[in-house]
Design a protein around this ligand. Structure first.
Ligand SMILES: Nc1ncnc2c1ncn2[C@@H]1O[C@H](COP(=O)(O)OP(=O)(O)OP(=O)(O)O)[C@@H](O)[C@H]1O
Ligand SMILES: [Mg+2]
Length: 393
């Protein structure tokens, strides 16, 4: 600790610097206010012992100068007997305390230590206050961001709700029109090939309308699902669930799609899989999204859907021999609305909500989804799900 001693009395300067040094302080002395202030400007001190009565610049004036330079420096006034009122004035000006002459070294040491401790604590409190303020500001910004995110989700889900009703009518009317047309075609005069061409064209248009509307319905359902899961308002039906059963049922829905595309489909479920605590519909939804991706992004080879127990978890994996994903984009695919490749040339059919939904479903089940993939070689999506507590062996 560096202490500055300012006193016009040579004896006092000598005694104080010697004694302070003995007590482990490093003390520098100045013989008047002016040189004291100059020393203070050019060095770093932890406290100042300042004589009140000095010729020229007195203690009070020196104190003012010192505090101008460093408002927090602890200053202890050294006063002659009877100078109490001036000493009190010094304290009002920010001096920490005063000691009377002849200076009692033990009292001075205690006072210096206390003064330095107080200054350090004040600094800490102020820094802490700053960080509390900062974290309060951060919290506020975070809250604002959450509100904005919430507002966006609410908007997205209410718009989606609004779209659902007219879309249902579009699909319904298009379907009825197509059926009517199909009934009408045989009665129609087949003599004129031009008429037949027109009818086939109308039929194709209606089919396109239905397919696109169904796709849009799927998109709306995905948005509603995702926003509800994110907001925590989605409904979950938890039950002790046999994964093998859900996997087999979901696989059935996809075997035709894979066959149509000429892809091999292998389902490998380990026997005696323990139950999980799960939501049947959601797990099926998760597997459907992964299988849908595997079919979409694989043109040759096949898809394998497997499940096995590893310790107290069940590992479900969907692997394909498709186009694969470069490592730098493995994290990106789980983000909302992210689709890889060139949207213009690749013309993606989906919207990029499948994998974010999968991640949410896995998370709600206490599990996690991961990806291993290499361009040109294929992709493996794994979901690690915890076995239901009661079913653990
Ligand atoms: N098995 C896979 N092989 C290669 N790329 C994949 C595979 N699965 C996902 N991807 C890439 O990750 C992107 C995001 O997938 P995600 O399932 O979230 O969206 P999507 O399939 O494009 O649309 P959605 O699932 O909402 O209909 C895809 O667009 C695709 O680029
Ligand atoms: Mg998808």
């Amino acid at each position: 600790m560096n202490i500055l001693v300012v006193d016009d009395d040579e004896m006092v300067r000598f005694v104080l610097t010697e004694k302070l040094a003995e007590c482990g302080f490093s003390a520098i002395a100045a013989c008047d206010g002016l040189s004291g202030v100059e020393l203070f400007h050019n060095n770093v001190f932890d406290a100042v012992l300042l004589d009140l009565k000095m010729p020229g610049m007195d203690g009070i004036e020196t104190l003012r100068e010192l505090r101008k330079h460093d408002p927090e420096i602890p200053v202890i006034m050294v006063t002659a007997f009877g100078d109490i009122s001036t000493a009190v004035e010094a304290i009002k000006l920010g001096a920490y305390d005063f000691v009377e002459k002849p200076p009692q070294i033990s009292r001075i040491i205690v006072t210096i230590r206390r003064a330095i401790e107080k200054a350090t604590l004040e600094r800490k409190v102020r820094d802490l206050g700053k960080s509390v303020e900062e974290s309060a500001a951060l919290k506020q910004a975070y809250q604002k961001l959450r509100e904005l995110d919430q507002a966006k989700n609410t908007f997205l889900s209410s718009v989606s709700h609004e779209l659902r009703t007219p879309l249902t009518s579009i699909v319904g009317y298009a379907d009825v029109s197509r059926k009517k047309l199909m009934k009408f075609i045989p009665e129609f005069s087949l003599d004129n090939p031009k008429n037949i061409k027109i009818l086939r064209q109308v039929e194709a248009n209606l089919e396109f309308l239905i397919a696109e509307s169904e796709r849009l319905t799927g998109l709306i359902e995905s948005i509603l699902d995702l926003t509800a899961m994110e907001a925590g308002t989605a409904e979950w039906k938890w039950e002790p669930l046999s994964l093998s059963e859900v996997i087999e049922n979901t696989a059935k829905d996809y075997s035709t799609k894979l066959k149509v595309k000429g892809l091999e489909f292998v389902v490998a479920i380990e026997g005696d899989l323990p139950l999980i605590k799960g939501d049947r519909h959601r797990i099926s939804q998760l597997l459907s999204h992964l299988l849908a991706n595997a079919v979409t992004f694989t043109d040759q080879g096949g898809v394998t859907l497997s499940a096995k127990k590893i310790n107290n978890k069940i590992l479900v994996s969907v692997s394909d021999t498709g186009k694969g994903i470069i490592a730098s984009q493995h994290g990106l695919v789980f983000e909302k609305f992210s689709q890889l490749g060139d949207a213009l040339t690749d013309k993606p059919k989906g919207v990029g909500l499948g994998l974010p939904i999968c991640r949410l479903i896995a998370g709600y089940h206490g599990g996690k989804i991961d990806i291993v993939s290499e361009p040109g070689k294929g992709s493996v999506f794994t979901i690690l799900l915890p076995v239901e507590e009661a079913m653990k062996t």
